[in-house]
Write a protein that binds this ligand. Structure first.
Ligand SMILES: C[S@@+](CC[C@H](N)C(=O)[O-])C[C@H]1O[C@@H](n2cnc3c(N)ncnc32)[C@H](O)[C@@H]1O
Length: 239
């Protein structure tokens, strides 16, 4: 039985019905006009306490796999309403939230207005336009790749490499198709009639896919992590 995100997302099907999966900006703009919708599409949750608890879990994962240091300039690709930025900004020098959706960034800017070391960049298209080369210490991207085509996932891995300083670290995650949860997500999505697939329908990743991206983008110390019978993540260091 489908609950939560799946049921909620039906409400906005009409707003995205005419869009293709590549129409990222229009899709996510439509899904995030209201903050409650934006939060639901970001983390399947509107309750603030549970929303923050989910961000603490993401921070713990980043701490374990790549570390977050007080001297770091940290950039998030697809930051949504700033769920993770809220808990990371107090732990780093500067936090830069980037997203394709102006609505998401408006919510994020309001929700993080009390934090002095945050700034926001609206991305015109796939890529980190406006972020200078070698200017960031940690790039992370969480719960975004399931909404992107593979080519666009890889483009962001390449862009992370470009904007990282030598020694900078990256982290990208997605739902792992080889996990129990991932196989359920895959089959839930497969059950949609082809003509009715919403443009944001989640698509899984695999460990070989992530290892391939990391290696071809030029990262060293490429590691693929799998955990909780659900997730796969790529980490690497720019030489
Ligand atoms: C499920 S939300 C996750 C938000 C945030 N990372 C979090 O974990 O709270 C996916 C986010 O990716 C953004 N997004 C979708 N397509 C994108 C693209 N091509 N480039 C950058 N961001 C994108 C959406 O606007 C949305 O904010």
């Amino acid at each position: 039985m489908r609950t939560g995100y799946w049921v909620w997302s039906r409400r906005l099907d009409a707003a995205t019905a005419a869009l293709s999966r590549s129409d990222y900006k229009a899709t996510w703009h439509a899904l995030s006009e209201r903050e409650s919708d934006a939060k639901m599409f970001v983390a399947s949750e509107v309750d603030e306490a549970k929303f923050t608890a989910s961000a603490d879990l993401t921070l713990a994962t980043l701490d374990e796999f790549v570390g977050v240091r007080p001297t770091d300039v940290v950039l998030e690709i697809g930051c949504g309403v700033g769920r993770v930025g809220r808990v990371i900004a107090p732990r780093c020098r500067e936090w830069i939230g980037t997203d394709i959706s102006a609505h998401m960034l408006t919510h994020a800017a309001r929700r993080l207005a009390d934090l002095p070391n945050v700034r926001f960049v609206e991305l015109p298209t796939v890529g980190l336009d406006g972020i200078p080369d070698a200017s960031v210490d940690l790039v992370y991207c969480t719960v975004v790749f399931m909404h992107l085509y593979e080519w666009d996932r890889y483009r962001y891995v390449q862009e992370a490499f470009r904007v990282l300083r030598p020694g900078g670290r990256c982290y990208f995650d997605n739902i792992d198709i080889s996990s129990g949860h991932g196989w359920k997500v895959f089959n839930d999505a497969a059950s949609y009639p082809i003509a009715q697939r919403p443009p944001y329908l989640p698509m899984t990743s695999s460990a070989p896919e992530f290892e391939t991206y990391g290696r071809h983008a030029g990262f060293s110390r490429v590691v693929v992590h799998r955990w909780a019978d659900a997730w796969v993540a790529l980490t690497g260091v720019k030489p």
